[in-house]
Write a protein that binds this ligand. Sequence first.
Ligand SMILES: [Zn+2]
Length: 479
Amino acid sequence: MQDIGLKIGIEIHQQLDTHKLFCNCPSELIDKEPEIEIKRRLYAVAGESGKIDAAAAYEQARKKTFIYQGYSNETCEIEFDDSPPRELNQEALDIALKVAILLNAEILPITQVMRKTVVDGSNTSGFQRTMLVARNGYIETSSKKKIRVDTVCLEEDSARRIGESENSVTFRLDRLGIPLIEIATAPDISSGEEAKEVALKIGEILRASKVRRGLGTIRQDVNVSIKNGERTEIKGVQEPTLIVKTVESEVKRQLGLVGKKQKVEKTVRQALETGETKFLRPMPGSARMYPETDLPLIKIANDMIESAKNNLPKLHSEMRDDLKKKGLSQEMTKLLLSERKLEEFKSLLPLSKDNPDLIVKILVLYPKEIASKEKIDKKLIAEKITIDVVEEVLEAIKENRVSESDTKAIMLKIINGAPVIEALKIEKIDTSGIEEEIKLIIKEKPGLSLGGYMGIVRQKFPQLPGKDAMDILKKLLPL
Ligand SMILES: [Zn+2]
């Protein structure tokens, strides 16, 4: 392949699972109708160097009114920019430190909250607060290539854009101020596939941390440039898997312009679900940051860094190795980690050390199966099948009071309101008589396969659980 000088850097924004960064409002998107609404116009603010930003000028030219919607309880005067920020959320800082350590980055002993000019109205103040937490980190790809992580920042999320008319844009303030960690790599990545791998690796670190999950809680931007081209910032690539396609189409676009001897402009483009991109705005200049005068310098004390180091979250890959050592099957491991029940599993493990899969079945698999088969609300199931209930069921199985094959039926009874003690009083079927009859069947019809006998037995003794039937047959049939 011809060397086109492809350079890619990625930037990941992830919402943290704490209250907001500079006030105590919840970090949640709110469904109900807004209770407060204000209108404002944006005027570009001169940056430190005195220049009005190119992008700011561009947006101001659009002369729009911004409508901000909030709530009386779920948002406060800080989101409306009627009050200065409160002290920095220390839990958010702690999460950012842990991520920075996992990215091998150097934490700054002292840092300053900065104001970054925001020109599209998505911040009531006209700027976004951001602070550099760590720099000079790296992650390693599977081919042992080091990709530098230039910066790890902690910042505020912007307001949620919910509508637009010819003269106005409407924003919801529920998202404004949610803590975001921003991770930016150097342009060390040289292919779309490599960019995808880097995004997935960073994603694994984030998923192990205390972050919000679900649609819109993580956003990925990709910077792409080629020889004779210009840096293009592509915003909002939805999935790491889409990065490959997005990079390809941007390279094609820039190559097309270079081929036609046209100038490639520095632009910000929007990623589309098809992997294509569309023009968003000119690239903002550098005159965008100035110090936040309402907040003191932030000192990151050594003992805070030490405490973060000693309490690092475990990555899924490490957890998988641990669980394998404990004898858990791959399938159950996947289920356990996806449902985030590791702590519960660990606390139950002493009850079923020789059969750890059983714990995950009762804890995760059976409730899931019951929810889908019986169409029962997952919340209701979670309320009824508490960790104590799981413990009692496991104990009953261990003491041979009930059999494993009865478990789902027992759980269903509990979900339907039966007291646990009653539900566990399932009479064990007396299999001694049945065993004699099965012996006769084998005698009468010698030479059938295990499956063949199983069919007959299940038909003749429908009350006998399948597993028990299988156990008896295995015992009686010569191998
Ligand atoms: Zn607030």
